[in-house]
Design a protein around this ligand. Structure first.
Ligand code: FAD
Length: 403
């Protein structure tokens, strides 16, 4: 049957690097490719390259659990993630690519009165920032998810905070859609090309050393997610970021069961169902620093325990696959999109568990910063100096946390 698939036109070119670009973006993940797309399409930049050490989509953008939402509390975060959700809503038209954006809704489950108070506050903050939020009681949740463990002695389900516009997006299609669009606007996407150093003279970045030789650049933007510490270390910078592994899991295909995304509020577990029927779920980080894209068994046990506590019948489903990605965990849980002390070198990272949903806004705001040399209005809080001044945006950003 594969013979019918011969002779396809590649969706993007495979160019050799030019000697000099106006802007070089390091990292062909979701954020790097989105940055290139907006640089070319919105900011009119024509001499742009994305440098990727492996293949595009091989990093976290192709490894995450595909959840998008804008259910944050704090001022620095909520407007940014809502901007991102609005960009998701128009993404497929913008890049002319089917990314299977599915606003199937997300519910953060509530298990105590104190948690209801905290989630009510978060819902109000969302509404004040133009997002949608709906507080559900236990009966409303039961109508949508009747098989959950409502009367568990330790963690009874008392309701939920719903965001109906949240949902899932086919993750690797996001990388491909942005790549094809950026390429069609003249961006060179250079795969299998590792950045091995920066050429910095008199405090100014002149370009990057790579496995394919030196590539000159007027400006360099770094968007390498879990490799942020390693790459920025080559420019002499030590970041307020640690790298950890996060694992994800998918079960065998089941008949349609989960209409949307749910997060357990008494442990770290979240789950949705893919269009092929697999339950896609995950939980907490492996709790040690690592650059390995695979995790360990204690976290598998922990995640599955969360699943069993919330939804006991999950124990009947067989696990099909599991994998890991490297998370760039910032010290306050919020990201950084900023200049660096090196002239011409810019940084985008610290996305922690939640960078997939941020992809469009991250790319848009990073493109704005690179093109105009000033922060985009919705990303002004994402600065390095908050770690020096103590103006943290202290929000872990995971579903089960009240703030
Ligand atoms: P990546 O795709 O990792 O891109 C970075 C790229 O940089 C990589 O392709 C890498 O090869 C490249 N690179 C690194 N070093 C170099 C170098 N020296 N030279 C050239 N290139 C280099 N977020 C959500 O919002 N919702 C979720 O449901 C969700 N679930 C997740 C589940 C898991 C298991 C994981 C691992 C992550 C999850 N995330 C989620 C987080 C999200 O995937 C990441 O925050 C986000 O994808 C990071 O940005 P990126 O796509 O640009 O990263």
């Amino acid at each position: 049957a594969l013979t019918g698939h011969e002779g396809w036109t590649p969706a993007w070119r495979d160019p050799e690097p030019k000697a000099q670009y106006d802007i070089v973006v390091i990292g062909g993940g979701g954020h790097g490719l989105a940055t290139a797309h907006y640089l070319a399409k919105v900011y009119g930049q024509r001499k742009v390259a994305v440098i990727e050490k492996g293949w595009i989509g091989g990093g976290n953008v192709g490894r995450n659990t595909t959840i998008i939402r804008s259910n944050y509390l704090l001022d620095g975060n909520e407007p940014f993630y809502e901007f991102s959700l609005k960009l998701w809503e128009g993404l497929e038209q913008d890049v002319n690519y089917n990314a299977m954006v599915s606003q199937r809704g997300i519910i953060n489950l509530i298990h105590s009165d104190a948690q209801r108070d905290a989630f009510t506050r978060r819902g109000n903050a969302m509404i004040l920032n133009g997002a949608d939020a709906e507080l559900l009681d236990a009966d409303q949740v039961r109508k949508e998810y009747p098989y959950l463990n409502f009367n568990d002695a330790r963690f009874p389900i008392k309701g939920g905070l719903a965001q109906r516009r949240g949902g899932t997006v086919r993750h690797d299609a996001v990388a491909w859609g942005y790549a094809r669009s950026a390429d069609s606007h003249g961006v060179d996407i250079i795969q299998n090309c590792e950045v091995t150093g920066f050429r910095i003279e008199n405090g100014k970045c002149l370009g990057v050393e790579t496995s394919k030789g030196f590539i000159g650049a007027g400006k360099v933007g770094c968007a390498v997610a879990g490799n942020s510490g390693r790459v920025m270390g080559m420019a002499g910078m030590r970041l307020p970021i640690e790298s950890h592994v996060l694992q994800a899991f998918v079960s065998e295909g089941l008949k349609p069961l989960l209409p949307g995304v749910i997060t357990f509020g008494a442990g770290h577990f979240y789950v949705s169902q893919s269009d092929k029927g697999g339950l896609v779920f995950g939980g907490d980080l492996d709790g040690y620093n690592s650059y390995a894209q695979r995790g360990n068994l204690p976290v598998v046990e922990d995640v599955c325990e969360g699943g069993m506590a919330l939804m006991p019948m999950i124990g009947r489903a067989r696990l099909l696959r599991m994998w890991g990605g490297i998370m760039d965990m910032s010290m306050d849980g919020s990201p950084i999109i900023d200049r660096t002390p090196v002239e011409g070198l810019y940084f985008n990272g610290g996305w922690c568990y939640g960078g997939f949903k941020a992809t469009p806004a991250s790319g848009y705001c990073f493109a704005h910063l690179l093109a105009r040399d000033e922060p985009h209005p919705t990303a002004t809080a994402y600065r390095f100096d908050r770690f020096r001044t103590g103006r943290m945006i202290d929000e872990k950003g995971v579903g089960n946390q009240p703030n």
